[in-house]
Design a protein around this ligand. Structure first.
Ligand SMILES: Cc1cc2nc3c(=O)[nH]c(=O)nc-3n(C[C@H](O)[C@H](O)[C@H](O)COP(=O)(O)OP(=O)(O)OC[C@H]3O[C@@H](n4cnc5c(N)ncnc54)[C@H](O)[C@@H]3O)c2cc1C
Length: 286
């Protein structure tokens, strides 16, 4: 896996913020914003599943004059009204507690991005990586599992499948975890983008929330998929299924626990390794 310091910070592009909108509902413990930006340079091309880098200058206290962080594109590539490439990203405002002092520090780039206003300019790099490809076979099943901002690449992928590829015959199942209903992105009262596909016979989305949101408990994936466990197991056992996982790193442990319980730990480890080797289990974790 590539380390962040290995990602090149050149060439650099300038993007102008076209819009910024809160995706989380009022009262949620976290703030997640959607930023739509137009890249000034017309030759900036990217594909679904890729991430862009954002550079913020002046974070010298960590010994780095420039702070470089990655954000996954959340929409299909499309030109803005004046023909510049348009990028949508989804950013969670981060802060961290220092274990020793107990002081709270704000994350540099996420706060920088969440504070940008329409018309502000941002320096970006990339695009990088391309974890999630659409299988050539339209009867392939896709099990998409996202946590928090991990919904970003799936928003673009699902849109691409039903808008551009069309006539998808395999099952597309989106399993989406968040701490509370207020933190479900693109699937809440404020915005429900996935409702565009609820009429598609092959598409179904379901949500997993934490049983005790204030305790930072793991997401209760097991409750959410209890009545679908048969279908999910059938999908995992079908060699036409691709499993794509995105979001914070802890989702990996939560899924290993869940599927380890379902199959038995050793069997699951072997099964996951086989899926991985065949390119049918792909993770975008951070
Ligand atoms: C491939 C990839 C895709 C990603 N996609 C997304 C995405 O779509 N959306 C999204 O929101 N995020 C995404 N991320 C995560 C994102 O890149 C950043 O890691 C995240 O936004 C936090 O960056 P930051 O600059 O705000 O925090 P940072 O400032 O980098 O803080 C991060 C670390 O520094 C420590 N720290 C911070 N401040 C201090 C301080 N003052 N003193 C001491 N320690 C401190 C914290 O403990 C923390 O561990 C992605 C990451 C990767 C690798």
């Amino acid at each position: 896996m590539m380390r962040l310091q290995d990602y090149p910070t050149e060439p650099r592009y300038t993007a102008t913020v076209l819009s910024t909108e809160a995706l989380t509902e009022d009262g949620a413990d976290v703030e997640v914003r959607e930023l739509v930006m137009a890249v000034d340079e017309h030759d900036f091309n990217f594909e679904i599943g890729q991430s862009i880098g954002v550079l913020v200058e002046g974070a010298e206290e960590f010994g780095h004059p420039i702070h470089h962080r990655l954000y996954t594109v959340a929409d299909l590539p499309s030109p803005s009204q004046d023909g510049r490439p348009e990028i949508t990203i989804v950013v969670r405002r981060c802060s961290y507690l220092d274990d020793y002092s107990g002081e709270e520090y704000v994350g540099v780039n996420s706060n920088y991005l969440c504070d940008r206003k329409t018309g502000d300019r941002v320096t970006i790099t990339g695009p990088f990586g391309m974890p999630f490809k659409v299988p050539d076979d339209r009867t392939a099943n896709l099990l998409l599992i996202g946590l928090g901002t991990g919904i970003a690449p799936f928003r673009a992928l699902v849109k691409h499948i039903y808008r551009d590829v069309r006539d998808w015959q395999g099952k597309v199942r989106l399993l989406y975890g968040a701490h509370t209903g207020l933190e479900l992105l693109y699937m809440n009262d404020r915005r429900d983008d996935f409702s565009n596909y609820y009429d598609e016979e092959t598409f179904e989305a379901f949500k997993a929330l934490s049983p005790r949101p204030n305790w930072a408990d793991p997401i209760a994936w097991d409750y959410a998929i209890e009545d679908r466990i048969g279908e999910i197991r059938d999908m995992l056992d079908d060699d036409h299924t691709y499993v794509y996982v995105a979001g914070q790193r802890r989702i990996r442990d939560e899924l290993d626990r869940l599927f380890g319980d379902l199959y038995g730990k050793a069997v699951w480890e072997e099964k996951k390794a086989a899926l991985r080797n065949e390119g049918r289990w792909v993770e975008l974790l951070y």
